[in-house]
Design a protein around this ligand. Sequence first.
Ligand SMILES: Nc1ncnc2c1ncn2[C@@H]1O[C@H](COP(=O)(O)OP(=O)(O)OP(=O)(O)O)[C@@H](O)[C@H]1O
Ligand SMILES: [Mg+2]
Length: 312
Amino acid sequence: MSEIALSVKGLTKQIRSKKIVDNVSFEVKKGEIFGLLGPNGAGKTTIIRMIVSLIKRTSGEVYISGKSLDEDFKGAMNEIGAIVENPEFYSYMTGYQNLVHYKRMSRKEIPEEKIMEVAGLVKLEGALKQKVKTYSLGMRQRLGVAQAILHSPFLLVLDEPTNGLDPQGIREFRDYLRTLAASGVSVLVSSHLLSEMELMCDRYAIIEKGKLIHIETMEETTGIQNNSLRDIIFTTDNSAMAIQAIEKQFDFAVSTMDSSRITVSAAYEDAAKINETLVKSGCKVYEIAFEKKTLEERFLELTNHGEEVENK
Ligand SMILES: Nc1ncnc2c1ncn2[C@@H]1O[C@H](COP(=O)(O)OP(=O)(O)OP(=O)(O)O)[C@@H](O)[C@H]1O
Ligand SMILES: [Mg+2]
């Protein structure tokens, strides 16, 4: 089995003269939750619809678990479970009947027990005997996920999956995706909600105006060990003295929080130098803390929107 669940190469969608998806390439690893991030209209849904073959590609290749959509369409599609638009159900049938119906239509042989297993995973066992028309939006969403994973796909593709879910539902959904990923399923998920993606994804790509502009891991984004500037908070016995010492030695932007805490905008490695300077100048340093960078800050940095705002 390939360790790459999804490989997308040069994916392009042109409508009339406009490329709404332009030469997008990325890979999703086995057991990874990979996010497609971008503002409204960036092209996320179009990318996903091409991957799950709901619309034609203008050009580019898609491999699912090593199987090419062009050369082994059925094989590749068997490895995918997806919720793209709102999942459609027969509302006059029960949740259980809907899943049985879907099981019968599947190209893969699905054992009967699998229905209760997936229902359990999405915590829907209790409501399976109810008609779908009595389901809440969250319950429908979970039934959608149950349906998408019924045939044990290698790759789960979800377009804005938490739309309409309440905070509790979003949290459960996230935990659930984690469980799935831990069992080896790979997930491609799109959203424009950065705070949600920050908690959900292992790695992400930023899509802007149809182009993939950046890929990095969430750890690189929010972790402290990358070279970008971040706020470092020094707690000392004397803020005024500390600021004076730093300004004498460095060019970093410094500000006072209160009589014992100052904020210095510097890179991770600078913290040691600043600490040394403070100690040498007679300050007692009690604590050095790094403000965690949020995905939102990183997103604005990468898409240059932060700069645009500052320049205005
Ligand atoms: N069939 C179509 N004909 C013309 N333009 C289209 C078509 N489908 C999508 N577009 C355009 O392509 C762009 C990307 O749309 P897409 O739905 O992929 O964006 P998105 O990133 O999913 O946005 P959202 O966050 O709002 O869901 C948009 O500008 C949209 O208007
Ligand atoms: Mg969309």
